[in-house]
Design a binder for this molecule. Structure first.
Ligand code: NAD
Length: 269
């Protein structure tokens, strides 16, 4: 990982604060978990992939206060258990990052209802489940913050991903509604919209979009899209994490109900 400027600027800022990051076992979520841990927070990493145990152990070995829970965020009981564990360990929660997400790429007539619902369940419904579970804990905190993963596709639907686009537009609406409801309790709710972050998700995107949009070899489609980004590079997980550190910090205390692009200028709305 590079670009760790955020956790240096915010070093120690999050000491005593407790964060839960979903989908934190790999990709962007792991970068976010690491950044908050480096900035002093106690971090619970939740992921359905049991390999999350190794990710958490790696961060603990580096000296950070990091725990993990293997849980599917679409499963109400498993979500409850993960939050209960946070309370047991740290007696409360200050920061919830709903980062877990999935994508599939399909033309309309091959897209089954199951596939459509699966993407909506992970990307949108699970955000509701985790926010609902977190709400009483965040209200009791003096720094309660929710950060929800949307996407450039929460701004504009791309081809062959109607379900993903719907799910990410949904995250922005859900976040705005909760921002209004929770503001009087001192809880801020924002969403973040990454553009291209080179994770496993993008390996799949490159392959699947590439084969549908033309005769692209692996790596060619993503490069074509990166060439269109004003800042001419994909994001690192740490670029996203830097934004989230700011939004969750005291420096972000007047920001709520916003969806913020972190995409090198890919979208300017
Ligand atoms: P990724 O596929 O690399 O990692 C996602 C992580 O979430 C994995 O560890 C996976 O096990 C976990 N996960 C998936 N479903 C889960 C579930 N039901 N319960 C618990 N954990 C689950 O994805 P990423 O690229 O790191 O993306 C993270 C978030 O950012 C997602 O919400 C994604 O939609 C969003 N996003 C990514 C990009 C990008 O370019 N990579 C762009 C825009 C938005």
């Amino acid at each position: 990982m590079t670009n760790l400027v955020g956790s240096k600027i915010f070093a120690g800022h999050f000491k005593g604060r407790r964060a839960l990051v979903t989908g934190g076992g790999s990709g962007i979520g792991l970068g976010i978990a690491q950044a908050f841990a480096e900035a002093g927070a106690s971090v619970m990493i939740v992921d359905r992939n049991p390999a999350v145990a190794d990710a958490a152990a790696g961060l603990r070995e580096a000296g950070f206060d990091v725990e993990h829970a293997v849980a599917d965020v679409t499963n109400e009981d498993q979500v409850r258990a993960a939050f209960a564990r946070v309370v047991e360990l740290w007696d409360g929660l200050d920061i919830l990052v709903n980062n877990a997400g999935i994508i599939t790429i399909s033309n309309l007539e091959d897209l089954s209802l199951d596939e459509f619902n699966k993407v909506l369940n992970v990307n949108t419904t699970a955000v509701f489940l985790c926010c609902r579970e977190a709400a009483p804990l965040l209200k009791a905190s003096s720094n309660g913050v929710i950060l929800n993963a949307s996407s450039g596709q929460g701004r504009q639907g791309f081809i062959f991903t109607p379900h993903y686009a719907a799910s990410k537009f949904g995250v922005i609406g859900l976040s705005q509604s909760l921002a209004k409801e929770l503001a009087p309790s001192g809880v801020r709710v924002n969403s973040y919209c990454p553009g291209i972050v080179k994770t496993e998700m993008w390996e799949y995107n490159d392959r699947e979009w590439g084969s549908r949009l033309g005769n692209y070899k692996p790596g060619e489609l993503i490069q074509e899209w990166i060439d269109e980004i004003p800042l001419k590079r994909p994001a690192e997980a740490t670029d996203v994490a830097n934004l989230l550190l700011f939004l969750a910090s005291d420096a972000g205390s007047y920001i709520t109900g916003q969806a913020i692009n972190i995409d090198g200028g890919m979208f300017m709305n």
